[in-house]
Design a protein around this ligand. Structure first.
Ligand code: FAD
Length: 289
C-alpha cells in the first residue's frame, strides 16, 4: 500500500536491530495528568538516543504484564528523552502507568508514519484533538512551535470530556501566549466553575478562521469524533490529501506481520497510524471494518 506519508520519511529501528526485541528504558519522571492519564519520561539504559518523527508510536512493554502500542508525546528535538502519555484502561496500561522512577520498561520501535507537519509550511495549520488524542499531536505542535514563522494561522481545537480531563494545561497556555496559536478548548460537560465553552470539538471546526484550501489539518481522537471532524474539515474545503488522521486498532507486532491492525489492504502499524483522508474516507465509511 502506498500512501502520501511514505515510510521512508520517518525513522525506523536500525536494520540490524531485531524489531521484536524490546530495548530497556528506565523511567526518569512520572506525572499524573488527570484522574486516569499519566505521562512517563524514559531514558535508554544504553544511552543511545531514539530518534522519532512526530506521530510515531512505540510498543511499550511492562515486563510480566504485556505490551501495548503507545504514541510518543514528547519533543522530536529530544530523542534522548522518550515521553509517553498513557490512559489507564486495562491490564497493560495499568502496569505501565504504575511504573515508578527507576523501573525498567521495554520499548520496541519507533514504528509507523508521522504527521509531517512541515508539509503545512506556507499555509495555515489546524490541529483537532479529542481527549487523549492531544498526546500524539503534541510532538507535531512542539515541532511547529520551533519553526513557527514558517506557518500562517495555527489553530488548536481541543475537546475534553470535563475540565478535569484537559491535558497539558501549561502547554496550552504557552502555545497560545508564546507561539500565537489560537487555542480553543471545549468540554462535553462543564460544572459551575467552568467558564469556557461547552460542546463538541466538531462545532469549533465549523467556526472556521483558517484558509481551508491552503490548510494542513491534523486530527486525533476517538474514531467517531475524527469521522465528524474530518467531514466538517473536508466540507469547509480542506483537501483530503492535506487532512491527516491517526487511527487506532488492536496491534500486536507493530511491523506489518500479524494482521491484527489490518483495514482492508492497509496495515495500520506500517502504513499508518497517520494516514490521509483520501485513503481513510472509504475505509471509515465501511461499518465495523
Ligand atoms: C498506534 C496507536 C497509538 C496509541 N497511542 C496511545 C497513547 O498515546 N496513549 C494511550 O493511552 N493509548 C494509546 N493507544 C491505545 C492503547 O494501545 C490501548 O489502550 C492499550 O493497548 C490497551 O491495552 P490494555 O491491556 O491496557 O487494555 P485491554 O484490556 O487490552 O483493553 C482495555 C479496553 O481498551 C480497548 N482497546 C485495547 N486496545 C485498543 C486499541 N489499540 N485501540 C482502541 N481501544 C483499544 C479494549 O477494547 C478494551 O475496551 C494507542 C493505540 C494505537 C494502535
Amino acid at each position: 500500500m502506498t500512501t502520501t506519508t511514505g515510510p521512508s520519511a520517518v525513522p525506523a529501528p536500525p536494520a540490524a536491530q531485531d524489531p521484536f526485541l524490546p530495548r530497556p528504558f528506565v523511567v526518569r519522571r512520572h506525572r499524573q495528568d488527570t484522574r486516569d492519564t499519566y505521562t512517563l519520561v524514559l531514558e535508554p539504559v544504553d544511552g543511545e538516543p531514539m530518534p522519532f518523527a512526530a506521530g510515531q508510536f512505540t510498543m511499550m512493554h511492562a515486563f510480566g504484564a504485556g505490551e501495548a502500542p503507545i504514541s510518543i508525546s514528547g519533543d522530536p528535538a529530544r530523542p534522548d528523552l522518550l515521553e509517553h502519555t498513557i490512559r489507564d484502561v486495562g491490564a497493560v496500561t495499568h502496569a505501565l502507568v504504575h511504573a515508578s522512577p527507576g523501573d525498567v520498561l521495554g520499548i520496541r520501535g519507533p514504528f509507523g508514519t508521522g504527521w509531517e507537519v512541515g508539509t503545512g509550511a506556507g499555509g495555515d495549520v489546524v490541529f483537532v484533538a479529542g481527549g487523549i488524542g492531544l498526546a500524539p499531536l503534541r510532538p507535531a505542535i512542539l515541532e511547529l512551535c520551533a519553526t513557527r514563522a514558517a506557518f500562517g494561522r495555527v489553530l488548536l481545537l481541543y475537546g475534553a470530556r470535563t475540565p478535569e480531563d484537559i491535558l497539558f494545561g501549561d502547554d496550552l497556555r504557552r502555545w497560545a501566549a508564546d507561539h500565537g496559536i489560537d487555542v480553543q478548548v471545549t468540554v462535553d460537560n462543564g460544572q459551575h466553575a467552568w467558564r469556557g465553552r461547552v460542546g463538541l470539538v466538531t462545532q469549533l471546526v465549523a467556526r472556521g478562521g483558517f484558509d481551508a484550501a491552503n490548510t494542513l489539518a491534523l486530527v486525533c481522537g476517538p474514531e467517531v469524533m475524527m469521522r465528524y471532524a474530518a467531514s466538517a474539515l473536508a466540507e469547509r474545503g480542506v483537501p483530503a490529501s492535506r487532512l491527516r488522521l491517526s487511527m487506532e486498532r488492536n496491534m500486536k507486532c507493530g511491523v506489518g506481520l500479524c494482521g491484527h491492525c489490518q483495514l482492508r489492504e492497509v496495515f495500520l502499524c506500517v502504513d499508518g497510524p497517520v494516514l490521509t483522508y483520501d485513503v481513510l474516507e472509504p475505509l471509515m465509511a465501511r461499518a465495523e471494518l
